[in-house]
Design a protein around this ligand. Structure first.
Ligand SMILES: *[C@@H]1O[C@H](CO)[C@@H](O)[C@H](O)[C@H]1NC(C)=O
Length: 357
């Protein structure tokens, strides 16, 4: 394993301590998992801030209500130090609105081994059950075609395609979430969706003009566009998905998505990043869930500074997809009104220097 930026010695030592107190699993050729239990080590003592990893305050402990069973709810998200503030807020929002918060098990995917990010999660959520897996970005790097937005071309954006290879076998179902979301409802309601034999559940948007997600070249090629034959394809957003992991693995969906990425390498059939190949494989063939579970687009359009307002109807999950992120807009003191809905979940502690040595 290689360190991206060498951490300061102090941090490194504390990580090594942790390394030996945790068990490591090696899963396939794709992932190395750090298994962490809540009893592993008291990291608040050894935690030291670094310039690139912000400091967060500790979230309270959330306890199960009396009616809770022991069934785990598996959530997967990517971990990127640039989005860490979003991830922290997302996790807090999920725990806070859950009636059985101790049932969660988080599965984080990272592309780079960043001990400080690990320590940061551990100290912010000392009671959280979570694992971190390495996503081997080389697996996808050569398959990515340039999109219209550079941020979409990060290998980690493609990690969701490989969940069935990365997650351990006992995870039969997972909710995949982007890092720029907050949940304002009990996510167990989404977790319990009846997939009715489908591999994926997500809100569908049949009013969006589906044609526009693909190029003219795609639609004019009868061989290619035939892929939608017999389906009524609608746009869906890959930032919130419930996945039947076994069905995904058994059906070879990773390879199906990769196939379209290979086609895109040959001829340009779409403009965006990881979304269109998902649409090609699964649009019109998923279990539709209520729109309340992905109020997306709150990041605004590609135009700088353009705010979006909420769509009418009930909301269970807010999603700042698009270019603008609420933490950046709040920091710049030019927030959009929807950003004030994100702010209560922000655990970031600005201007916190060093903790006691
Ligand atoms: C959808 O987009 C395509 C391509 O831009 C356009 O030709 C078509 O008229 C649009 N359809 C609707 C219903 O707006």
């Amino acid at each position: 394993m290689a360190f991206g930026n060498p951490p300061p010695l102090h941090g490194l030592l504390s990580f090594i301590l942790l390394f030996f107190s945790s068990s490591f699993l090696f899963h396939d050729h794709v992932a190395a998992a750090v298994t962490v239990t809540t009893t592993s080590i008291h990291l608040d003592v050894v935690r030291k801030p670094t310039p690139d990893v912000p400091i967060f305050r500790e979230a309270p402990a959330f306890r199960n209500g009396d009616e809770c069973n022991k069934e785990s709810i598996h959530i997967s998200m990517t971990l990127d130090s640039n989005y860490l503030r979003g991830t922290m807020a997302a996790v807090l929002s999920i725990l806070q609105h859950s009636s059985c918060p101790e049932n969660f098990e988080f599965h984080f995917l990272w592309a780079r081994f960043e001990p400080q990010v690990f320590l940061s999660i551990r100290s912010t959520f000392p009671y959280l059950k979570f694992k971190i897996y390495r996503f081997e970005s080389n697996r996808v790097r050569g398959k990515i075609s340039k999109s219209i937005r550079q941020a979409l071309d990060q290998p980690l954006n493609y990690a969701r395609i490989y969940l069935s290879d990365i997650l351990p076998g006992y995870v039969k179902r997972v909710i995949y979430l982007d890092s720029d979301i907050v949940v304002v409802d009990d996510i167990a309601k989404l977790w319990e969706v009846n997939l009715q034999g489908k591999v994926l559940a997500a809100p569908e948007y049949c009013h969006a003009n589906f044609t526009e997600y693909f190029t003219e070249l795609f639609w004019k090629d009868p061989e290619l566009s035939r892929t939608f034959e017999g389906r009524h394809p609608c746009y869906f957003n890959t930032g919130v998905m419930v996945m039947d992991v076994e069905k995904w693995r058994g059906g070879g969906y990773t390879q199906k998505v990769e196939h379209w990425m290979a086609v895109q390498k040959q001829k340009r059939i779409y403009h965006l990043g990881s979304l269109p190949p998902f649409l090609l494989v699964l649009a019109g063939d998923l279990k539709s869930v209520d729109h309340r579970w992905n109020q997306h687009g709150l990041g605004g359009d590609n135009l700088e500074g353009k705010c979006r307002s909420l769509h009418p109807g009930p909301i269970s999950l807010l999603h700042w997809s698009g270019k603008g992120k609420p933490w950046l807009r709040l920091d710049s003191r030019r927030p959009c009104s929807v950003d004030h809905l994100w702010a209560p979940y922000d655990l970031y502690r600005p201007n916190t220097h060093s903790l006691e040595e």
